[in-house]
Write a protein of this length. Structure first.
Length: 174
């Protein structure tokens, strides 16, 4: 039979080991938290820089000095996934297709060159992707994003055209 003082000593040793293990875990978590904060800081700076560059690229000549805060606000959105910068900015007068990411720019150019409305399945091979269901659905989602942001119109469901007020109508249709 084990004596009560001996049992308490064994439990005390076990509890002390558990405390030491938890302290090591806390130290590791503090290190990971600091790394995550540093990464967040770099991402915030990158987002602000990208916003400023996009604003400068899309600003009419003579308006190149856009404050960083204004540039960031012009591109930010409250996205449900928590990311604060848009890769596809909303279209507005003076904004050129060149500010779009490559794949979005390609889609707008394909739609602009078409004689009429196009479906996603028609656009996919023209931008160099295989005509698989996944690529078609991904492209459709991107096309709808372009509609939401004013670059394209979708008058008939699933059929996309250049926005009537849109991006460089004069550039694509003289």
């Amino acid at each position: 039979m084990v004596s009560l003082p001996e049992e308490l000593r064994v439990r005390e040793i076990a509890a002390r080991q558990r405390v030491e293990e938890l302290q090591v875990g806390v130290a590791e978590l503090e290190l990971r938290l600091e790394e995550a904060r540093e990464s967040l800081s770099r991402l915030e700076i990158t987002r602000e820089t990208v916003a400023q560059v996009l604003a400068e690229l899309s600003a009419p000549q003579g308006e190149q000095d856009v404050p960083v805060r204004d540039a960031a606000e012009s591109i930010e959105t409250s996205a449900p996934h928590g990311i604060g910068a848009m890769t596809v900015p909303p279209w507005r007068d003076g904004l050129v297709v060149a500010v779009l990411p490559d794949v979005y720019r390609d889609m707008v150019e394909v739609v602009a060159d078409a004689p009429g409305p196009l479906q996603a399945k028609q656009i996919v091979p023209r931008i160099g992707l295989p005509a698989t269901t996944g690529k078609i659905e991904g492209t459709r989602a991107k096309l709808k994003r372009l509609v939401e942001r004013g670059w394209l119109d979708e008058d008939t469901p699933g059929r996309f055209t250049l926005a009537r007020r849109g991006p460089g109508r004069d550039r694509f249709n003289p």
